[in-house]
Structures are given as C-alpha cells and as structure tokens.
Design a protein around this ligand. Structure first.
Ligand SMILES: [Zn+2]
Length: 109
C-alpha cells in the first residue's frame, strides 16, 4: 500500500495547497478539506542549519532539513533527513504539522 499524507484540498477545484489556508489559493473557494494524498516526493534541496534566533529550535542544531516536492504538487519543508536524502532522491514524508511555521517529518523510502 502506498503511504499517504493528509493535505488541505479544495472541494471546488480539487487542487492541493500547502501551507494550510482557510481558502483555496487557486480559486478562493472556502470549502477546504483535509484529505489523504501520496506521501511520496522528490528532494529538491537540502541544507544543514547551525544557527537559529528562535530558542525553540536550538535543541535541534545542527538541523538537517530538505525541501521536498510531493507527487501531489505541493512542496513541504522536511526535517529528520539524513545522508540518504540527497537531491533528486525519492522520499516518503510521514506527516505534516498543520500549525503555521511547522514542517513535516520524513523517512527513507
Ligand atoms: Zn480551489
């Protein structure tokens, strides 16, 4: 079975968007629902953070993160990435945090 992830989906135009918004950024429809989509995507870029101005993230340093384009078309910031998550590699994202400014968690495919 293919892994899935829950993402905001417009009931009017059926397009997915991220981050979560109360209205669809494509058609401005107000009927946005959280629906399952493929959790698989492609790593677009990776980096390792060594400094932060936010005390909440200091415990994570150095913090490896990646920008991943999910097969549904949206891009998410993913943490818990390792050396296997090179650019262009395929990855399964485990979940997203729908709170503003939060990211997703990932694992090897
Ligand atoms: Zn829409």
């Amino acid at each position: 079975m293919t892994a899935t992830i829950e993402l905001p989906t417009c009931a009017d135009c059926h397009r997915v968007h991220w981050p979560a918004m109360t209205h669809c950024p494509h058609c401005l429809g107000g009927d946005v629902r959280i629906e399952p989509h493929s959790a698989t995507g492609t790593v677009l870029a990776t980096t390792e953070l060594h400094h932060t101005l936010d005390a909440a993230f200091r415990g994570r340093l150095p913090w490896a993160v990646a920008l991943v384009r999910l097969d549904s078309g949206v891009s998410v910031l993913v943490d818990k990435v390792g050396p296997a998550h090179a650019r262009e590699s395929r990855i399964d994202v485990q979940g997203v945090d729908h709170r503003p400014g939060r990211s997703a968690a990932a694992t090897d495919r």
